[in-house]
Design a protein around this ligand. Structure first.
Ligand SMILES: Nc1ncnc2c1ncn2[C@@H]1O[C@H](COP(=O)(O)OP(=O)(O)OP(=O)(O)O)[C@@H](O)[C@H]1O
Ligand SMILES: [Mg+2]
Length: 334
């Protein structure tokens, strides 16, 4: 795949396969994911529930569940092989390298420490200048909480996670990320528990922060509107594969993959019913996924070959790539 910018990639995922061992058998979720984020880029991953968005980003930080296995593929973070990292290098990746705001904020907060204790420690570990001092930690924590419109930040700092609502916990996680700048911020549905009125505001702060620090952003979202407002590039995921990617404006102008076309028809939210309205059928069972293109069983244009072989990205020009056999001819012409 040609590089869309002359900047170096921060994250480069090649042919990533991830499977989980379950009582029912082996679930083969990621099926050869190709995904690249360049320095300073803000990238959205969109796709219906269960398609593997969280699995993809968790694998970058090596925080997949214990029943997971990576039988094939490669993840590079700033050129370093993440799957081979150990001890200190892994600590550095999760420290200065990338931070993650989880879909479920209970995942990242420790129930036995106050919010203040956890925020101060994160700020101390971030290695920013003066961050060893308690006053500075307090100041930065309060400022970050205020930026997320959290009422009464001083009181929040002496509270335990269980004393806060889901939306407040999510804002604490966002504040933690604001207070500890990294090379890359990974935000997995960061505003789902927030009121619509503050969703936009929080996303804007996150975006400004990423831009002012020249960091990169991976934003997982169910909302195409949010992707459009916040990111430079969109990756569309279906059943464990990236099936299309293009600069944000380009993909709103032209959707190449039949799945992306269906996705755009069911704006704005993709939760629950998925794209059932646009295309009959459901995401395949990962215990017994279809051979070939995983979308073929639902695809109105599928031919024999689609059921047998997996399509690779075809280059449509304009930094637009699509994994669908019907574009192979077009690529050759271009
Ligand atoms: N530890 C695990 N064991 C077994 N299956 C898992 C595990 N983690 C994830 N999966 C399965 O992998 C698939 C993809 O899950 P993932 O959470 O990555 O989807 P997602 O795209 O983030 O969905 P959502 O939009 O609902 O958050 C799902 O079918 C899920 O059940
Ligand atoms: Mg998810």
């Amino acid at each position: 795949m040609r590089t869309p910018t002359d900047r170096p990639p921060v994250v480069d995922i090649r042919d990533l396969h991830v499977e989980f061992k379950t009582y029912a058998g082996k679930v083969r979720v990621l099926n050869g994911v190709n995904f690249t984020v360049y320095a300073g880029e803000k990238v959205a991953i969109v796709g219906e529930t269960g398609c593997g968005k969280t699995t993809t980003v968790k694998s970058i930080l090596r925080i997949l569940a214990k029943n997971s296995r990576v039988p094939r593929g490669e993840i590079l973070f700033r050129g370093r092989n993440v799957l081979g990292m150990k001890g200190d290098e892994l600590k550095k990746l999760r420290g200065a390298g990338a931070s993650m705001i989880f879909q479920d904020p209970t995942m990242s907060l420790n129930p036995v420490f106050t919010i203040g204790e956890q925020m101060f420690e994160a700020i101390r570990n971030s290695g920013r200048e003066g961050c060893g001092k308690r006053d500075t930690q307090q100041e930065l924590a309060v400022l970050a909480l205020k930026q997320t419109s959290m009422p009464d930040p001083e009181r929040i700092l002496i509270s335990y996670p269980f004393q806060l609502s889901g939306g407040m916990r999510q804002r604490v996680c966002i504040a933690m990320s604001l207070a500890t700048p990294r090379e890359m911020v990974i935000a997995d549905e960061p505003t789902t528990n927030l009121d619509v009125t503050i969703q936009d505001q929080v996303l804007k702060i996150l975006k400004d922060r990423v831009e002012s620090k020249h960091s990169s952003l991976i934003l997982i979202t169910h909302s195409l509107g949010v992707a459009r407002e916040t990111t430079d590039r969109v990756y569309v995921m279906y059943a464990g594969n990236m099936i299309e990617t293009a600069p944000t404006e380009e993909i709103f102008r032209r959707q190449a993959h039949p799945y992306t076309q269906a996705l755009m028809r069911c704006i704005p939210r993709l939760t629950g019913g998925g794209v059932a309205e646009g295309i009959p059928g459901r995401i395949p069972n990962y215990l017994k996924p279809p051979a070939g293109c995983r979308f073929a069983p639902r695809c109105p244009q599928a031919e024999k070959r689609c059921h047998e072989e997996k399509p690779e990205f075809a280059d449509l020009g304009n930094e637009h790539f699509v994994a669908c056999f019907s574009y192979e001819q077009e690529e050759k012409k271009g």
